[in-house]
Design a protein around this ligand. Structure first.
Ligand SMILES: *[C@@H]1O[C@H](CO)[C@@H](O)[C@H](O)[C@H]1NC(C)=O
Ligand SMILES: *[C@@H]1O[C@H](CO)[C@@H](O)[C@H](O)[C@H]1NC(C)=O
Ligand SMILES: *[C@@H]1O[C@H](CO)[C@@H](O)[C@H](O)[C@H]1NC(C)=O
Length: 379
């Protein structure tokens, strides 16, 4: 009796679970094997491999799984896609579906890459593996641009960056271009400065590119924005057009550069804590500034950025700075509670965290490291 009940129990457990392994192709946890294709600026391809006992699916299902994941089935008609599938599929002796519409769509045949790395048209119902890849330009803020830099020695080494795209990439309207510069701690190069115009002639016009330029037109209601044409002329045109753009270092960064201090994208230590993003400038001490220089530097990173107020217990600000500075034996500026001069005599003093983690008031003119922060919710 007991034995029969155990058997029934075993069956009840074993049957549904062996079916469950195959039940839903859209919720199965695939063994995802990624390939970041350097030839396409790191575009990501993912082989949806299965674990032992997992199931393979037909063409329609494979394509739908990619789409569910915000990706696209890698197509047969592109050299880069083929090259990556040879790595992910053929080298592993896997057959893989490839996207594409055959010349005769009524034939019910679909493209696949064979184990040998050849492309064939075969029945769409076969269960084989598949590779999904990133959409070409689903998100302008995370796309990896082909950034072409220009060091403008006439502005003491201010850096301008053309945000070029790779084949298949997308161009964006004025608003998006400006927002991308800001996200990167930069500003859209403006139309109203001779230096900016000269650099854009080098980066854009010489390459026959049209580029957005910042600036508010005389009639802001006109819905027109400044751009430099392929010929190097400045025009006001509709703000919706998809064209390239150039971001440049902000003024404080430019002044830092003038002092021989390049604004780093490297050597910056980052930390997220209690809803704030913190950045230490810089680990290698390439950027050290006076108190006021540090305030200006942080604020020019964009809206919401500032030196860290040491008294803000609600966000554990002091602990975050301890982690970035004192834990690494660095001295760092903190924000003054009151930026107006207090007391009438003696030099102004500014708060800093000493390398031992203590809070000190010291002369504001010393060049030391500093930490900027911004609330994650602020724009
Ligand atoms: C593909 O497979 C799904 C189930 O995974 C099935 O519902 C569908 O009919 C199949 N489609 C084709 C065209 O074979
Ligand atoms: C820009 O050029 C100047 C002069 O050649 C050089 O000193 C400086 O390091 C350069 N800046 C960068 C970030 O490459
Ligand atoms: C600019 O493009 C973004 C999407 O990239 C869109 O959401 C926005 O409405 C566009 N703005 C204008 C002014 O065209």
């Amino acid at each position: 009796m007991l034995r029969m009940r155990m058997l029934a129990l075993l069956l009840a457990v074993a049957l549904p679970s062996s079916m469950a392994a195959c039940s839903d192709p859209f919720t199965y946890t695939y063994n995802k094997i990624k390939y970041d294709n350097a030839e396409e600026s790191g575009r990501s391809y993912t082989l949806y491999d299965i674990y032992p006992g997992g199931c393979l699916w037909n063409f329609t299902t494979a394509k739908a799984i990619c789409e569910q994941d915000g990706l696209q089935l890698a197509p047969h008609g592109e050299a880069q896609s083929l090259a990556v599938l040879r790595e992910l599929c053929a080298k592993n002796r896997y057959t893989c579906w490839m996207d594409g519409v055959p010349a005769d769509p009524s034939a019910d045949l679909c493209y696949l890459m064979s184990q040998e790395g050849d492309v064939h048209l075969q029945g769409c119902d076969q269960p084989v593996r598949f590779v999904c890849r990133d959409q070409p330009c689903s998100n302008p803020f995370t796309y990896r641009y082909n950034k072409i830099k220009y060091n403008n020695t006439k502005e003491s080494g201010r850096i301008y960056t053309l945000y070029d795209i790779y084949t298949g990439g997308c161009l964006w309207n004025f608003t998006t271009a400006k927002a991308i510069c800001k996200q990167d701690g930069l500003e859209l190069a403006p139309h109203g400065e001779a230096q900016s115009l000269a650099v854009l002639r080098e980066l854009c016009a010489k390459n026959r590119y049209t580029c957005w330029m910042d600036g508010v037109p005389a009639d802001p209601s006109s819905d027109l924005c400044y751009l430099m044409s392929q010929e190097g002329d400045v025009h006001l045109q509709g703000c919706d057009q998809p064209v390239r753009f150039v971001c440049r270092q902000r003024a404080a960064a430019g002044r830092a550069a003038a002092r021989g201090v390049a604004v780093p994208s490297e050597g910056v230590l980052s930390l997220s804590s209690h809803g704030y993003d913190y950045r230490l400038y810089t680990v290698d001490a390439a950027v050290r500034m006076s108190y006021h220089g540090a305030v200006e530097f942080c604020q020019e990173l964009g809206a919401g950025w500032d030196l860290v107020p040491y008294w803000d217990d609600s966000s554990n600000a002091y602990a975050a700075v301890l982690q970035l500075c004192a834990d690494l034996q660095f001295t760092c500026w903190l924000k003054r509670k009151d930026d107006s001069r207090t007391g009438s005599s003696g030099p102004m003093l500014c708060p800093l965290m000493a390398a031992d983690g203590g809070l000190q008031m010291q002369g504001c003119e010393q060049d030391v490291r500093f930490v900027c922060r911004k609330a994650q919710r602020a724009t």
